[in-house]
Write a protein that binds this ligand. Structure first.
Ligand SMILES: [Zn+2]
Length: 138
C-alpha cells in the first residue's frame, strides 16, 4: 500500500467489525462522488493513481459495494455529509431523536438538530413555568 494511504486512519467498521456496505442507490452516489471529488481517480481510465505502485489499476471503490478505500472513506465521503451519515451510521454522526435529521454533535449530549432543539427548549421552559406557577399559586 502507498505510504500516503498508511497515514490515514483505518477503514471504518461497524460495531460488529464489518465493513460498511452500500445499497445500490448509495453505490450510484458513491460512484458520482468519486468522479467528482476523488483527486486520485483518473476519470478517463477509471483507474486509481495511488494503487499498483502508481502504475494505475481499476479503482476498487468503483466496483465494490462496501467501503474499502481509506482515501474514499476519510477524504472523499465526508464531502457529502448526508451520504456519509447514510452509509456510516456510527456515533460520530448521530441523528436527531425527534426528526431523524443527521447531526454532527459538538458534545456527547447533543440529541436534537438545531430546529428541534429550539422547540424542545421552548417546551421545557413552558412546562417549567407551569410547574412553578402551580407551586406558587397553592
Ligand atoms: Zn430534529
Amino acid at each position: 500500500m502507498n505510504n500516503f494511504l498508511k497515514m490515514l486512519p483505518p477503514i471504518s467498521e461497524n460495531e460488529r467489525g464489518e465493513l460498511y456496505s452500500l445499497t445500490s442507490e448509495q453505490l450510484l452516489k458513491v460512484k458520482k462522488l468519486i468522479r467528482k471529488e476523488c483527486c486520485n481517480f483518473n476519470a478517463e481510465l477509471g483507474e486509481c493513481f495511488l494503487l499498483n505502485g502508481g502504475r494505475g489499476c481499476v479503482c476498487p471503490q468503483m466496483i465494490s459495494n462496501h467501503i474499502i478505500c481509506r482515501w474514499f472513506n476519510h477524504a472523499v465521503l465526508p464531502q457529502d455529509p448526508s451520504l456519509y451519515v447514510d452509509v456510516i451510521k456510527d456515533t460520530e454522526c448521530k441523528r436527531c431523536v425527534v426528526c431523524g435529521t443527521a447531526i454532527f454533535p459538538r458534545g456527547n449530549k447533543t440529541k436534537y438538530c438545531p430546529k428541534c432543539r429550539k422547540k424542545v427548549w421552548r417546551k421545557q421552559r413552558t412546562e417549567w413555568q407551569r410547574k412553578y406557577r402551580s407551586v406558587v399559586e397553592k
